[in-house]
Ligand binder design. Structure first.
Ligand SMILES: Cc1cc2nc3c(=O)[nH]c(=O)nc-3n(C[C@H](O)[C@H](O)[C@H](O)COP(=O)(O)OP(=O)(O)OC[C@H]3O[C@@H](n4cnc5c(N)ncnc54)[C@H](O)[C@@H]3O)c2cc1C
Length: 654
């Protein structure tokens, strides 16, 4: 089938589509993003297929074998370490105190090291625990129930910090040198963001140049989680320029391993936040900082590409924590709904309370299905998961915030009161107030929701761009004629398939009660493909600027994917004899199908144009904020990782 081939294709070149609506800066940013994208697809993508009208539930449902649950042997390994961690955390991990003190105490650092939690995914041959991605996510989820700051610390170190890129793209010498250090308690960090560079790394100011056999790094890095205490950091820096396949000159970004005791590395500010208050997050300065040439990871100019592929797995800890936190809150919300009585009924029996409990329960189930499926993809390693990973991060973090807020509302005033205060006056509690604050950051880090929308929209359109992209570029007339002929051939086979009614799909391997929902998802997937295609025809290259339209369509595709996973998992449970979650799954499917229809309506009926005009008018009246000035900041006193995990030693103040 043409679509299957399309979704499994390999070697499609990165294509910087020409668009005269862009500014020069936008063009540069998009070219850097295009150059850093993975261009080949390992396998047919479950999510990617949904956008071209092919709802292939057989991919996650494994051709009738059911939703992929964790391998029993791997689960047993995880259960045993989780039991040890729980025992330790019950005794030593006081999230309230850590939040109040805005600091992780020495005994917690030491405990994390003793449990080898700085080396969870590092292979045993290098002294690590050698855990699977699934167990890694389970461990971080458990820790997050106690303390969001400690979970964020471990995640920044292992999801994006030094271990993961070295595991993925390091040389054998780099693996031998660095990986054992994390089992000794070394802490790492990842430094991409700068005061003037957030979502858009194309304009990175930090520079690195080769001087003999050393790289010399100059620049500043902002919001580097663990940066204040890290022993070693992956630093992203501009290492020159290069000309892309489409003839554009772009900044080349490379990744360097930098030890924090290298002369020229300064921690000049510790940043404080609304939530995850104890994270050791800092503003770092690099002044003529020299690192050996062998500290370059993944080759010159491949830094951003490496960061993006690291994030495929790296991003997964966030949706896992999100799912787990909501499941935790869900159990509690049901107890509270049953216990608290007002106006002669328990609050869970008043309709708004019932709705909240149902929303929290079904959200937890759906988020777990998405996160567990991604964990499976990561451990299995055979299927392409870039879209699933990005969508899980986006979807679970958005739903986490909404659902945590719902749980807080269900609690009334107690939701707003701190856990410590509640306990002090004798009430049993879980810290919803702190969990809400801690959860907020997840919509921002590792790619904001807007950036995830852009990333997913680009991947969703990849099939169309690889078919028709040449029509928008500076290709020769002959190439354009050939492209038109190719498109006529491909689309004349594709479009009729989008018109086939979903009633003809039987979904025989599923329980009968679930089949109508699957048919509805199938028909929404075809409608999504038709809508996307129509928008492409109507808008042409301008579609790239219609970010809200694209975001709605990306959300539709994500909702279809998640709903499919929920139905796949519940079907598998039913076949194993458990009907416990059938109602949850049905509630989810009904409410989200209605939400999908709202999103479709908003593609055609919205207020986007007015928003643009109003914002432009407001910005015309506004003045620019003052420029960032960090020149007055000097090195601060700080403890350093390998010392705080073993004992105490201070890094000098310059
Ligand atoms: C607690 C915390 C921990 C962090 N940890 C790290 C870390 O360890 N390492 C690291 O390198 N960075 C880290 N960051 C930085 C984080 O990754 C960035 O905050 C994030 O990438 C967004 O960048 P920004 O804040 O500069 O927002 P901006 O890029 O300035 O964006 C502001 C807003 O504009 C939107 N926006 C931006 N570009 C577009 C676009 N093209 N289209 C539509 N909307 C757009 C964004 O979605 C956002 O809503 C951390 C930040 C925080 C707060």
């Amino acid at each position: 089938m043409e679509l299957d081939r399309a979704c499994q294709r390999k070697g499609v070149n990165a294509m910087a589509i020409e668009n005269k609506n862009r500014t020069a800066e936008e063009d540069a940013s998009i070219n850097v993003a295009e150059e850093s994208r993975e261009t080949t697809w390992k396998s047919k993508s479950y999510m990617g297929s949904i956008f071209v009208g092919d709802f292939d539930i057989d991919i996650p449902h494994r051709r009738g074998c059911g939703f992929p649950e964790q391998d029993p042997a791997d689960k047993a390994t995880g259960d045993s370490i989780l039991a040890n961690i729980k025992k330790w955390a019950d005794e030593y991990l006081d999230g309230e105190q850590i939040d109040r003190d805005e600091s992780i105490p020495g005994h917690v650092w030491a405990g994390l090291k003793d449990l080898n939690l700085f080396a969870i995914k590092i292979p045993k041959q290098y002294g690590g625990l050698g855990m699977s991605q699934t167990n890694y996510m389970r461990i971080l989820s458990l820790i997050s129930r106690y303390c969001g700051s400690v979970a964020a610390t471990l995640s920044a170190h292992q999801s994006i910090g030094v271990p993961q890129p070295i595991k993925l793209a390091g040389t054998q010498a780099q693996k031998d040198k660095w990986l054992p250090k994390f089992a000794e308690g070394w802490i790492s960090a990842f430094a991409l963001t700068e005061p003037n560079v957030g979502s858009d790394p194309a304009n990175m100011a930090t520079e690195a140049y080769l001087d003999g056999d050393e790289w010399v790094i100059n620049g500043e890095k902002l919001w580097c989680t663990n940066g204040v205490v890290a022993d070693v950091i992956v630093v992203m820096a501009k290492s020159g320029t290069r000309v892309t396949s489409s003839g554009k000159e772009i900044n080349e970004i490379s990744a360097f391993i930098v030890e924090t005791d290298t002369p020229g590395v300064e921690i000049i500010h510790r940043c404080k936040f609304m939530g995850i208050r104890a994270v050791e997050n800092g503003l770092l300065r690099f002044t003529n900082c020299r690192v050996p040439a062998e500290n370059l990871i993944g080759g010159q100019g491949n830094g951003l590409k490496l960061a993006l592929s690291t994030l495929n797995d790296g991003r997964l800890s966030i949706p896992a924590i999100a799912a787990d936190n909501i499941q935790y809150v869900s159990e509690f919300s049901a107890r509270w709904g049953k216990t608290r009585e007002q106006w002669g009924r328990n609050i869970g029996a008043h309709e708004p309370g019932s709705e909240k409990i149902a929303q929290i329960q079904s959200a937890g189930y759906a988020m777990a299905a998405f996160s567990d499926y991604c964990a499976y993809l990561s451990d299995e390693g055979k299927q392409d998961m870039r879209m699933e990973a990005a969508a899980a991060k986006m979807f679970n973090t958005e739903l986490l915030w909404d659902t945590m807020d719902t749980a807080l509302q269900l609690r009334g005033g107690r939701g707003y009161e701190t856990s410590e205060s509640l306990r002090a006056r004798g009430e049993f509690d879980i810290p919803i107030e702190r969990m809400l604050r801690d959860s907020r950051i997840n919509r921002i880090v590792e790619g904001t929701t807007d950036i995830m929308h852009l990333f997913l929209a680009r991947e969703a359109l990849d099939w169309h761009l690889s078919n028709a992209g040449a029509l928008f570029g500076r290709a020769s007339a002959w190439t354009k004629i050939k492209t038109v002929a190719k498109c006529a051939w491909i689309y004349s086979g594709w479009i009729p398939k989008l018109l086939v009614p979903s009633i003809f799909r039987r979904f025989r391997s599923f329980h009968s009660t679930l089949r109508p929902y699957l048919r509805s998802l199938d028909s929404r997937s075809r409608k999504l493909a038709r809508t996307l295609f129509t928008q492409m025809i109507l808008q042409g290259p301008k579609l790239e600027m219609k970010q809200l339209t694209l975001a709605r369509l990306v959300d539709v595709g994500t909702e279809i994917a998640v709903c499919g996973l929920v139905l796949s998992r519940v079907d598998t449970e039913i076949k194993a004899g458990s009907y416990d979650n059938l109602l949850t799954a049905r509630y989810w499917a009904k409410t989200r199908l209605a939400h999908i229809d709202q999103l479709f309506r908003a593609v055609w009926r919205n207020n986007d144009a007015d928003a643009k005009i109003l914002a432009a008018e407001q910005m015309l009246r506004a003045e620019h904020l003052p420029k960032v000035d960090t020149s007055h900041l000097k090195m601060i006193e700080t403890d350093v990782g390998r010392d705080i995990t073993n004992g105490k030693k201070r890094k000098g103040v310059s």
